[in-house]
Design a protein around this ligand. Structure first.
Ligand code: MV4
Length: 491
């Protein structure tokens, strides 16, 4: 593998290129007209223009991406996350063109892309799943019967959905027919597939996911868990590894279950198995993401493993160079996603120019980004500006480093979710580890953030006042005292 085309943009394109460079592999960027001056384009050895700004005319056009790989002589494609990363047709097209797709087999992508097919695939592997049905349901009478068996509240999910799309909580029998009908028509409209199924609704879960890695020789290992319970409308905000609540026993059981899920779909490469953890610490398999995830850095930091390097090695046909026993969790990592959104205005997109853009530095601080000072934030793509990641010897240190790093992250020209990240990191529910997926809904309001800003302004004013008073005192002392000490202090 001598040259990789990265079929993505922004921070993840740069992230992948960094590892390729480290491994002595040349890189090809692709870009849209909106990204002509983007850092990922300059970071690569070569770059190919795909088309106009909208993704549907550039980053999502499979034929154009494959053609760019052919034209530049790239022998592999890394899809990053989003865009074409979980598109089985694209993976097939790459292979058919003699180009290595750095990711799982098309069949694995297909199976896990459909929640019912995924349930069926893992059926014989003894994986804990939420009580529910494993087939698409359209018949109301049957739905009523099953719901009564499971017990309300129940959750209707779209088989083709994922990441929370097409879900409906149903509290009682009376609501069921209407909600079923809506769920089916919504699923049809959104995914072109009206298949829905029913699960028991887990009321206050935590979102725990296991990172897995599989080679083409039948070896599968896991790199422990990430906790991603701090979400806002299914958009993750803060992620960490390890979770504050997993015992070694549950961790091992979840790791084993995740490996079985990977085995069930004949997985190759880096993947993530999502679970819900209920209040009694029972865990249930939800779905598998067949790509490198946004939050992969926290797993890299606690294991010392470069996941992109592993993806590339596996794609080259190499055996994993380590076993499960070689892996140990060391320290604690935290990631705050920085979005170009205004947390005071219901997280409305914030567009404009990054008139100031200075990232924090220092030991235990990593920033994965694809922006620089002076750049416009394009409106066409994901609003994530960067990922701020900290690593400490324990959770408290990682949190403390994060709060400081947020203070030292200087962005002007647009609003970001940085203050919101700080709000989370300083909240008692978060620091104590006693939280679930309802954190944002339960604790956040713009007023709270205003309050935080007000306190910061007061502290700043007090520090200013104190410095002024100390300065005054020194000036006074210096007038009637000739010692070197006071002279130094008047400088
Ligand atoms: C659930 C659930 C409760 N009970 N399934 C949301 C994303 C998708 N992967 C599955 N999701 C959920 N499935 C049952 N049976 C609650 C959620 C859920 C959720 C899960 C993880 C993180 C945040 C969430 C926010 C709302 C709902």
């Amino acid at each position: 593998m001598k040259k990789i085309l990265i079929a993505n943009r922004g921070e993840i394109a740069i992230r992948v290129m960094k590892t390729a460079q480290k491994m002595g592999i040349k890189t090809v960027a692709v870009y849209s007209e909106a990204d002509r001056g983007a850092p990922h384009v300059r970071f690569a050895d070569e770059a190919v223009l795909l088309g106009p700004a909208p993704s549907a005319e550039s980053y999502l056009v499979m034929e154009k991406v494959i053609q760019a790989a052919k034209d530049t002589g790239a022998d592999a494609i890394h899809p990053g996350y989003g865009f074409l990363s979980e598109n089985a047709v694209f993976a097939k097209m790459a292979t058919a063109a003699g180009i290595t797709f750095i990711g799982p087999k098309p069949q694995s992508i297909e199976v896990m892309g459909n929640k019912l097919a995924a349930k069926e695939a893992v059926n014989s592997y003894n994986i804990p799943m939420v009580p529910g049905i494993e087939e698409a349901i359209t018949d109301i009478k049957l739905a009523e019967k099953i719901s009564k068996e499971i017990g309300f509240p129940i959750l209707i999910k779209a088989s083709a959905g994922g990441g929370g799309k097409g879900m409906r909580v149903v509290e009682n029998l009376q609501e069921l027919p209407e909600q079923m009908e809506r769920a089916i028509s919504e699923a049809k409209a959104a995914f072109g597939d009206g298949s829905v199924f029913i699960e028991k609704y887990v009321g206050s879960p935590r979102h725990i996911e296991i990172q897995v890695l599989a080679d083409t020789h039948g070896n599968i290992i896991h790199l422990f868990e990430r906790e991603c319970s701090i979400q806002r409308r299914h958009q993750k905000v803060v992620e960490e590894a390890p979770s504050a609540v997993l015992t070694p026993e549950i961790r091992e059981a979840m790791g084993d279950a995740a490996i079985k899920v990977a085995k069930a779909c004949d997985y190759v490469g880096a993947g993530t198995v999502e679970f819900l953890l209920d209040e009694n610490k029972n865990f249930y398999f939800l779905e598998m993401n067949t790509r490198l995830q946004v939050e992969h850095p926290v797993s890299e930091l606690i294991t010392g493993i470069d996941l992109v390097e592993q993806q590339i090695k596996v794609a080259r046909g190499e055996k994993l160079a380590f076993t499960q026993e070689d892996l140990k969790i060391k320290g604690h990592a935290l990631e705050v996603r920085v979005y170009a959104e205004d947390p005071l205005a219901n997280f409305a997109p914030s567009i404009g120019t990054l008139t100031t853009y200075k990232t924090p530095t220092g030991e235990g601080v990593r920033v994965d980004d694809g922006f620089e000072e002076g750049m416009d934030v394009p409106i066409y793509y994901d609003p994530m500006l960067s990922k701020l990641i900290t690593y400490g010897k324990d959770r408290a240190e990682a949190i403390q480093l994060m709060v400081k790093a947020i203070d030292n992250y200087n962005v002007k020209g647009i609003s970001t979710t940085l203050p919101f990240g700080k709000f989370v990191c300083e909240h008692e529910a978060f620091t104590s580890g006693n939280f679930n997926t309802h954190f944002v809904k339960s604790y956040y309001s713009p007023d709270k953030l205003e309050q935080q800003f007000q306190e910061e302004r007061e502290i700043a004013a007090l520090i200013g006042l104190q410095l002024y008073l100390e300065n005054q005192k020194t000036v006074k002392t210096a007038k009637n005292n000739n010692s070197n000490w006071s002279k130094r202090n008047t400088l």
